[in-house]
Every structure is written in C-alpha cells, then in structure tokens.
Design a protein. Structure first.
Length: 95
C-alpha cells in the first residue's frame, strides 16, 4: 500500500523526498567540476531555489540543466549571479 499520492497536494510529483533529492544534488555539484562554486540548493515549499555565484553563463546553464533534469515536475527558481569578468574595451583613466 503506497501513500505517495496523498502528500502531493493535487499535482506534480510527491514532495516527500525533495529534501533527500536536494542533498543528493548538493553532493553531486560539490564532487564534480563545479565543486568550488558557492551554489546553494534548497526547498521552499514545493519549489527548488538556487542561489549563489557562478563564473560564467555556460556554467550557470549547465547547473540549471542538471537541476531541471533532477527535479522534473517541480518549479525551479534561480537566483544565480554570473561573475564573469570580461576584459575592458578601453583603458581606465585615473585622476
């Protein structure tokens, strides 16, 4: 007898294992090539929230792709900041 459907609030996947899945994703991000990044993943109700900084837009896109795959059916909100520093196109004038 399964109680999966009784806790999902009427739509989408059950939220009962969301914290476990978030912990698993945090471990995956920390152990991979993106491990040095300060990205936090947390549950806010049934929504997955990403916060932190990443060095480039492609890095942000890779993290978002991974999160959307892992949490298909859950809303994902991203507050990731790209810190990519581009070279200046002109000399800075100091006075």
């Amino acid at each position: 007898m399964s109680t999966h459907g009784s806790q999902n609030g009427g739509g989408g996947p059950p939220a009962e294992n969301l914290d476990y899945r978030i912990a698993h994703l945090q471990d995956h991000l920390a152990s991979g090539a993106l491990g040095e990044l300060g990205v936090r993943v947390e549950a806010r109700g049934r929504t997955v929230l990403l916060t932190g900084t990443v060095p480039s837009a492609p890095c942000r896109d890779e993290i978002l792709r991974t999160v959307h795959e892992e949490f298909a059916g859950f809303p994902v909100h991203s507050d990731l900041v790209v810190t990519e520093a581009s070279s200046p196109d002109h000399a800075e004038e100091l006075s």
